[in-house]
Design a protein around this ligand. Structure first.
Ligand code: HEC
Length: 184
């Protein structure tokens, strides 16, 4: 009798271990099934909680924004982004925007969420563009975004990024577009 009881306890223990393991396995399967994260390291589209270099300020930002930015020449302004959008490209664009662009990553002024409230935005007049503001962003063409990134906006805080390759700028443009899309 005693032996039998011990046997049962052992079985229960094995069963418990089995269930706990299954919970982990389930978690892993779900994680793989969800696919690659569309943004670095997390599925949350805003990397709001990333502290690297300061995150600036959260919130919606100024919307709509008054734009006094010079217009790109017609030939450039009418260009559409030649790169086909994909999660990989968005990831690359985000990396540039958030971290890699030299000398100053875009997020320092435009904010980690793209709301225009980066750590260096204070005191800039006009303020950095709020890429999350659909109302404003839908009036700006791909080519216009490209042109300003390459040449800057003279007389404002927006610097020229002459060292970026065409492809890198188009990657960033894809990412900027994503910022004004409705969040999942
Ligand atoms: C030092 C601060 C600063 C940094 C760094 C910066 N920006 Fe800006 N950006 C601004 C400001 C200020 C404006 C507003 C300019 C204006 O109103 O004409 C602006 C405007 C823009 C616009 C608006 C163009 C338009 O036609 O409305 C785009 C696009 C842009 N920035 C992209 C970028 C990208 C991409 C990066 C990184 C590669 C970047 N910016 C880095 C300050 C910055």
């Amino acid at each position: 009798m005693k032996l039998k009881r011990l046997h049962l306890a052992k079985n229960q223990f094995a069963l418990t271990v089995f269930f706990v393991l299954m919970i982990f396995v389930f978690g892993m399967v779900v994680d793989i099934w969800a696919g690659p994260p569309p943004v670095q390291g997390r599925r949350n589209p805003s990397r709001a909680f990333q502290g690297h270099h300061g995150q600036g300020f959260m919130g919606k930002g100024i919307c709509p924004q008054i734009r006094t930015t010079a217009q790109a020449p017609d030939t450039i302004r009418k260009q559409r982004n030649p790169l086909k959008k994909s999660p990989d490209l968005l990831y690359a664009g985000e990396s540039l925007f958030q971290v890699d662009v030299q000398p100053t990553a875009c997020k320092i002024c435009h904010g980690v969420t793209g709301n225009g409230l980066g750590i260096m935005a204070q005191g800039l007049n006009p303020p950095p563009r709020n890429f999350t503001c659909r109302e404003t962003m839908k009036t700006i063409s791909d080519g216009q975004l490209f042109w300003i990134i390459r040449n800057g906006s003279p007389g404002t805080g927006m610097p020229a990024f002459k060292n970026l390759k065409d492809r890198e700028i188009w990657l960033i443009v894809h990412y900027l577009r994503k910022l004004s899309e409705p969040k999942r």
